[in-house]
Design a protein around this ligand. Structure first.
Ligand SMILES: [Zn+2]
Length: 414
């Protein structure tokens, strides 16, 4: 039994027409016109397949395939259909459309599962105008509740609650999600890698066993502003050269760990930011991501010790405000093992990797057994029109999940 690759690829192209822009990319944020149309299409297709469609409070779309099996609850597969502005065809839709393809394949092959199978398309996974990324999954698992969201507005002042009602959800329906959670036995999300670890090793796919933790802080470095001509080099307290040394330390430290820890300073502001004034203050955002909690903590502490040495030597000061301190998420060992042994049965090489970015599965892991599968990305590109995965890799990953679900259903879940 195999997924129908041609049908899936046609589907991916069809969905990419919704929100297609003149740069060849897809602009389909949740609640946009393109999102409304793609939701309509998706719901119609699920209904045509004979699935029972439910839209929960967060506007997440569920399509349930009843098997009349003898075990309670459902196995859920899916991802998200929203995109970043000028994004690609694969980030999100690949997971949702593959879920649809897998259910179709099982139906055509007359395979009976003991559990129901459910397709999910989560709302607003990507960063969005409401500043609520992974909105749908966080709401579903109860990390966001109606009280927290009732005043949420986008940059145009439009209430999130109104947007939810337009897609069939609404804050009043949030409590129902509590009951819905109980019946989810497992969740598997297929996603493109968005990195180059698989390409570097020339392997099509990986089972994801962890989502890295993220530490993010805003660092304020204070020196002394002064005249750039009359202040001799020895008399300066240049906040920017100090910050530059601090930033280089982030890179130097993290480079030692290869794939395990990554560190970035992605945003910098220099004050007063004038050509003839020595910078008196610099603000930057420091981020470290790591797979293991201890390693991540150690990285943050060690980098800060070196920063202190830099500050002492240069006679500047720095303070930090923590913006985010998210622990790594460990996925379900049982599902990871089943997916790995399924890959072995198929004779397909398959790595086990951490995910360096947060996905809906990281939140779903708080309410059910969850794991992810990554497909090789070409050039590691994502969130851009060039985002691409080879059909052959997509096919292998799809078949892995298809067979993995059957193994999970029969031999693992009760
Ligand atoms: Zn995504």
């Amino acid at each position: 039994m195999k997924i129908n690759l041609d049908r899936l690829l046609t589907d991916i192209e069809k969905y990419a027409e919704y929100g297609k822009n003149q740069h060849g990319g897809v602009t389909r944020p949740s609640f946009s016109e393109a999102d409304h149309s793609v939701r309509k299409l998706f719901i119609n297709e699920l209904e045509e397949m004979g699935l029972r469609v439910t839209i929960d409070g967060a506007g997440n779309i569920w399509g349930r395939h009843y098997r009349k099996g003898n075990k309670e609850g459902s196995i859920v597969i899916g991802s998200h259909l929203d995109s970043v502005p000028n994004g690609g065809k694969f980030d999100g839709p690949l997971g949702v459309l593959m879920a649809k393809e897998i259910v179709k394949t099982l139906m055509e092959s007359n395979v009976t599962l003991d559990h129901d199978l459910e397709i999910i398309s989560f709302t607003a996974e990507e960063s969005n105008d409401f500043n609520l990324s992974t909105f749908g999954s966080r709401s579903f698992v109860g990390r966001l509740n109606a009280e927290m969201l009732k005043e949420a507005r986008n940059s145009e002042g439009i209430l999130l609650s109104e947007e939810l009602e337009k897609v069939g959800g609404g804050l009043a329906q949030f409590p129902i999600m509590e009951d819905m959670r109980r019946d989810k036995k497992a969740f598997i999300e297929l996603h493109i890698e968005q990195g180059q670890r698989l390409e570097d090793r020339d392997i099509s796919m990986a089972v994801i066993d962890t989502v890295v933790g993220t530490y993010r802080s805003i660092v304020k470095v204070t020196g002394e502003s002064n005249h750039s001509g009359t202040t001799m080099m020895d008399h300066r307290k240049d906040a920017f050269t100090a910050a530059a040394e601090m930033v280089l330390e982030v890179e130097r430290y993290c480079k030692q760990f290869k794939d395990d820890v990554v560190g970035t300073v992605g945003k910098v502001e220099v004050f007063p930011n004038a050509a003839n004034i020595i910078p008196g203050q610099v603000k930057f955002i420091f981020e470290v991501r790591g797979k293991k909690e201890e390693k991540l903590e150690h990285a943050v502490n060690r980098i800060q010790e070196v920063w202190q040495e830099i500050a002492d030597r240069r006679q500047i000061e720095f303070i930090q405000e923590v913006l985010l301190d998210q622990k790594p998420v460990v996925f379900d060992k049982g599902i990871v093992n089943i997916l790995q042994s399924t890959a072995s049965e198929m004779n397909e090489p398959c790595l086990t990797l951490p995910s360096m970015a947060v996905h809906d599965a990281a939140h779903m892991a708080s309410i059910t057994r969850a794991a992810m599968v990554f497909v090789k990305s070409i050039g590691g590109k994502s969130h851009c029109p060039e985002e691409y995965s080879h059909p052959i890799d997509i096919e292998k990953a799809g078949n892995l999940i298809l067979k993995g679900i059957i193994n999970l259903d029969r031999h693992f879940l009760d």
